[in-house]
Structure formats: structure tokens, C-alpha cells
Write a protein that binds this ligand. Structure first.
Ligand code: HEC
Ligand code: HEC
Ligand code: HEC
Ligand code: HEC
Length: 182
């Protein structure tokens, strides 16, 4: 009896830990989804949930249907394969509105926004002459493929004699977004 008295606090601690462990097991059982772990360390049905989301990306052909002049402008040029979305946003609302507008003349299309400088922008449709959009692909950085057309910005602007090398729109003094030929 004396030995139990001496170790009583240890037994109490052990009982507390066992109780916490038991509650933890019950809570875990309740909270972990049934299909967790059947395919890997994740909820297997998450794959179906993600696959069921609508695709926001639209092929350039969707845009060409109404913007034949832009298609023509880019045909055979170096930017032919650069998707419209890179410079104009996902344009999901734009296409939906434009399709309604084609049938109902009272629907007016809102103008494109100015790009807010964020590559993950929430703007549906924008037009930008910001050099940052060009440099996101063309600025020479470590690890780019050797044959990709890239520039050292300061050097390029100096060599080509840009009149306003500090301007945000400087690239457009010589290049267009659709037809890039200087
Ligand atoms: C590399 C960037 C870039 C890509 C890719 C691009 N654009 Fe543009 N786009 C621009 C820029 C920059 C302007 C503004 C031109 C200006 O104001 O002189 C513009 C202007 C426009 C305009 C309004 C003025 C005009 O020229 O008719 C339309 C419409 C347009 N783009 C549609 C498209 C479509 C459709 C695609 C894909 C087939 C596309 N763009 C791909 C950069 C791009
Ligand atoms: C159903 C027809 C239709 C489709 C499809 C369409 N557009 Fe347009 N878009 C228009 C019309 C109409 C305008 C306004 C008049 C114009 O500039 O031709 C316009 C204008 C624009 C402008 C200029 C806006 C401004 O404020 O100057 C851009 C940029 C543009 N569209 C990009 C796109 C892109 C990118 C796609 C493909 C994702 C696309 N459009 C698909 C009909 C369409
Ligand atoms: C999404 C990536 C991307 C963006 C954004 C982009 N470009 Fe390009 N650009 C390309 C690709 C790809 C090529 C073709 C490269 C090649 O053939 O090696 C190219 C080629 C070019 C060329 C070379 C033309 C030639 O025929 O030698 C110039 C100049 C150019 N782009 C300017 C611009 C300008 C100005 C902007 C901004 C309005 C811009 N690019 C935005 C991907 C991009
Ligand atoms: C003052 C005119 C001028 C300005 C401003 C200018 N460029 Fe150029 N760019 C040229 C000329 C001219 C060429 C063709 C040079 C050559 O073929 O050697 C060229 C070529 C390029 C090329 C192709 C390089 C290659 O390896 O073939 C890219 C990419 C490019 N420019 C992007 C840009 C970007 C992005 C900006 C803005 C930061 C810009 N340029 C500003 C005149 C200019």
C-alpha cells in the first residue's frame, strides 16, 4: 500500500495521458475523411472534386472567332504561339458578355482594364503596355534555354537607343505586342 501511495501521482499522470490518447483517437476517427489514404496521403475524392472544376483557360481560337484582325496580325510572327491570356487575362466574362452582346445589342461590353501589375490578377480583361509583361518572358535570367530570345534590359535599351529607357512603356517605342518586329 505504501508503494502505491508513493507512485500514486505517476498512476494519475498515466491515466490522464491514456485518457487524452483515447479522446485523440476518437476525434481523429471522426475527423479524417473515409477515403483518406486509399490512394496516398490525401483524400482520394479530392481528385474528382478538382477534375470537376470548370476550366478557365480558353484557347486562342475562341478569341480568333471575333478578333480575326488580331489573328491576322500575329500570323507567322514570333508571337503567334504566345497565348492571348498572357497579355490580356483569362477573359472569361469578356467572352460570355461578347457572346450575349452579339445577340442582344443592348448589352454593352465594358472596356479592358489597365493591368494592375499582378501576374495573378483578378482582372478579367486588361490591356497593358507595361514592360513587366514582356520581361516576364524575355529578361535574361539564370537557367533560361540558350536559344530563347532574351535581353539584358539596360544593355538592350542602350544599344537600341531607347529615347525613354526608364519609361514603363519603353518597349513599345519599337515593338508591338502582336507583331513584335522592331
Ligand atoms: C505579348 C502580349 C500580347 C499578346 C500575346 C496578345 N496581345 Fe493583344 N494587345 C497587346 C498590347 C500591348 C496591346 C495594346 C496595343 C496598343 O495599344 O497599341 C494589345 C491590344 C489588343 C486589342 C485592342 C487593340 C487592337 O489591336 O485591336 C485587342 C482586341 C487584342 N489585343 C486582342 C488580342 C487577342 C485576341 C490575342 C490573342 C489571339 C492577343 N491580343 C494577344 C499585347 C498582346
Ligand atoms: C463573341 C465575340 C468575342 C470573343 C469570343 C472575344 N471577344 Fe474580345 N471583343 C469583342 C468585342 C465586340 C470587343 C469590343 C470591340 C472591339 O474592340 O472589337 C472586344 C474587345 C476586346 C479587347 C479590347 C478591349 C478594349 O477595351 O479596348 C480585347 C483586349 C479583347 N477583346 C480580347 C479578347 C480575348 C483575349 C478573347 C479570347 C479569350 C476575346 N477577346 C474573345 C468580342 C469578342
Ligand atoms: C509568355 C511569354 C512571352 C511574353 C509575355 C512576351 N513574349 Fe516575346 N516572345 C515569346 C516567344 C516564345 C518568342 C519566340 C522566341 C523564339 O522564337 O525563340 C518571342 C519573341 C519575341 C521577339 C523576337 C522577335 C523576332 O522575330 O526575333 C521580340 C522582339 C519579342 N518577343 C518582344 C516582346 C515584347 C515587346 C513583349 C511585351 C509586349 C513580349 N515579347 C512578351 C514569348 C513571350
Ligand atoms: C529603341 C528601340 C527598341 C526598344 C526601346 C526595345 N527594343 Fe527590343 N529590339 C530592338 C531591335 C532593333 C531589335 C533587333 C535587334 C537585332 O536583331 O539584333 C530588338 C530585339 C529584341 C528581342 C530579340 C532579341 C534576340 O535575341 O533576337 C527581344 C526579346 C526584345 N527586343 C525585347 C525588348 C523588350 C522586352 C523591350 C523593353 C524592355 C525592348 N525590346 C525595347 C529595338 C528596341
Amino acid at each position: 500500500m505504501t508503494s502505491f501511495n508513493d507512485t500514486r501521482h505517476l498512476w494519475a499522470l498515466g491515466a490522464c495521458l491514456a485518457a487524452v490518447g483515447l479522446v485523440g483517437m476518437v476525434v481523429r476517427r471522426e475527423m479524417v475523411p473515409d477515403d483518406f489514404g486509399t490512394k496516398g496521403p490525401y483524400r482520394a475524392s479530392a481528385l474528382d472534386d478538382i477534375a470537376a472544376q470548370p476550366s478557365l483557360f480558353q484557347a486562342d481560337a475562341t478569341c480568333h472567332a471575333c478578333h480575326a484582325s488580331v489573328e491576322h496580325e500575329r500570323a507567322g510572327k514570333s508571337h503567334e504561339t504566345v497565348s492571348c491570356a498572357h497579355c490580356h487575362g483569362l477573359a472569361v466574362d469578356h467572352v460570355a458578355m461578347a457572346r450575349r452582346g452579339a445577340e442582344d445589342p443592348t448589352v454593352t461590353l465594358p472596356p479592358a482594364a489597365e493591368w494592375d501589375g499582378d501576374f495573378l490578377t483578378k482582372a478579367d480583361l486588361y490591356i497593358s503596355k507595361d514592360r513587366a509583361t514582356c520581361l516576364s518572358c524575355h529578361e535574361a535570367v539564370v537557367g533560361m534555354p540558350a536559344d530563347f530570345k532574351k535581353i539584358d534590359v539596360a544593355l538592350h535599351l542602350e544599344e537600341q537607343g531607347a529615347s525613354e529607357p526608364l519609361s514603363r512603356e519603353t518597349c513599345f517605342e519599337c515593338h508591338g505586342g502582336h507583331d513584335t518586329a522592331p
